[in-house]
Design a protein around this ligand. Structure first.
Ligand code: TXA
Ligand code: MG
Length: 351
């Protein structure tokens, strides 16, 4: 398959490209498109064959449900059985935006889109071109992140191209995304709303609107018997670079000296190493491939650069990657959740 690339410019001329992309969707094809979180791999959510194509293109297990993207609140009422009052409150606060809500689905949504589940995850992205594209394509776009299953999510169209060239019909290039980690997912079908995946919209922001909200314990713990994440996708090793990633935990001094020691050990055994540092620590590492994820004072910058850095280390062929921890105040839960999963919960304690 020849994958077309269309560059969005943020002007009137985008309308023609978005219409072309919408026609691909109506014809049952696949289009990668930008959102404010990461790039999505879109298909018509109400067309079972189109949804199946997403699983094939990504190499995604078929029990891992897709998020349905909408552009208007009216669209929600057609695909879900019941909208609790607090879901409406959440939509008023956070939509369009990086929050995905889970509801009981109606028969309009095929089981192929929801990985066999009777619930459906719904989100309205905060991205002008994405919203126009969804509207032009009929209102319901199923879209996981546009990466090969298990790889870091794409934050630029170039990342999408690396993974999806030849596998999908079209890529809409809207430049680098704004947030860089996937949306927060909240399950509204349980008695107490539960966060299944942390994101930009954090627990505190949700609690302000909902009163009570809990975090799925599987979010920060290593998968083991008895702890099964409620979001099927969260059970897989995910967001992962090709090299072996380890997180090194402790105070700055101990972390820097531990990482330097590990780098020396691996390099002398002929292995290629890489380090994820910060502006504050970068100069202190004795490693050829050290990259700063930004300053610790800019946690949104850290989130935005995370996946790109993991991909750059893949391109370099890094075999062992060491990272500091980034347990920052607002987005720390989201950043650490992605890093822990990318590392397969491989944490080195210096304490
Ligand atoms: O920011 C995002 O959410 C991006 C952009 C493209 O919108 N999309 C995204 O999709 O991250 P994906 O497929 O990579 O992650 C969706 C997650 C998976 O872990 C999946 O298991 C979970 O959502 N999920 C989807 N539907 C669900 C449902 N009905 N019940 C529980 N978990 C669900
Ligand atoms: Mg994904």
């Amino acid at each position: 398959m020849n994958t077309k690339l269309r560059i969005l410019t943020g002007t009137q001329s985008d309308l023609r490209l978005l219409r072309e992309a919408a026609d691909v969707i109506s014809g049952g094809g696949l289009v990668a498109f930008p959102t404010e979180t990461v790039y999505g791999l879109g298909a018509d959510a109400l067309n079972r064959e189109a949804s199946e194509k997403i699983y094939a293109a990504k190499g995604r297990p078929s029990d891992n449900p897709l998020i349905v993207h909408i552009a208007d609140i009216e669209a929600l009422f057609r695909i879900v059985k019941y909208v609790p009052e607090y879901a409406l409150r959440l939509s008023e606060h956070f939509w369009p935006g990086p929050l995905t809500m889970i509801f009981e689905k109606t028969d309009m949504v095929p089981k192929e889109t929801t990985g066999g589940l009777s619930t459906v995850a719904v989100r309205m992205p905060n991205h002008k071109a994405a919203l126009e594209f969804i509207r032009a394509a009929g209102g319901y776009i199923a879209a996981p992140s546009a990466n090969i299953s298990g790889r870091p999510s794409p934050t630029t169209a170039q990342h999408v191209f690396e993974d999806m060239n030849g596998r999908i019909d079209l890529i809409l290039d809207g430049g680098a995304v704004g947030i860089g980690v996937e949306s927060t997912i909240i399950d509204l079908t349980a008695d107490v709303p539960m966060i299944l995946r942390p994101g930009f919209v954090n627990e505190e922001m949700l609690a302000k609107v909902l009163g009570k909200v809990i975090m799925d314990p599987a979010v920060s713990q290593k998968p083991k018997e008895g702890i099964r994440p409620k979001a099927p996708g969260m059970k897989y090793r995910h967001y992962a670079p090709k090299g072996l990633l380890s997180l090194v935990r402790g105070d700055t001094e101990s972390v820097v000296s531990k990482i330097n020691c590990l780098v020396r050990e691996k390099e002398s055994a002929g292995k290629k190493t890489a380090v994820i540092a910060t502006d504050e620590t970068k100069a202190r590492y004795n490693c050829a491939n050290v990259k700063s994820i930004g300053t610790r004072e800019d946690e949104e910058g850290i989130a935005r650069r995370l996946y790109a850095i993991l991909r750059e280390f893949d391109t370099m062929g890094a075999e062992f990657i060491y990272s500091e921890e980034f347990d920052t105040p607002q987005m720390g839960a989201a950043i650490m959740n992605r890093l822990l999963k990318a590392a397969g919960h491989n944490v080195i304690d210096t304490i």
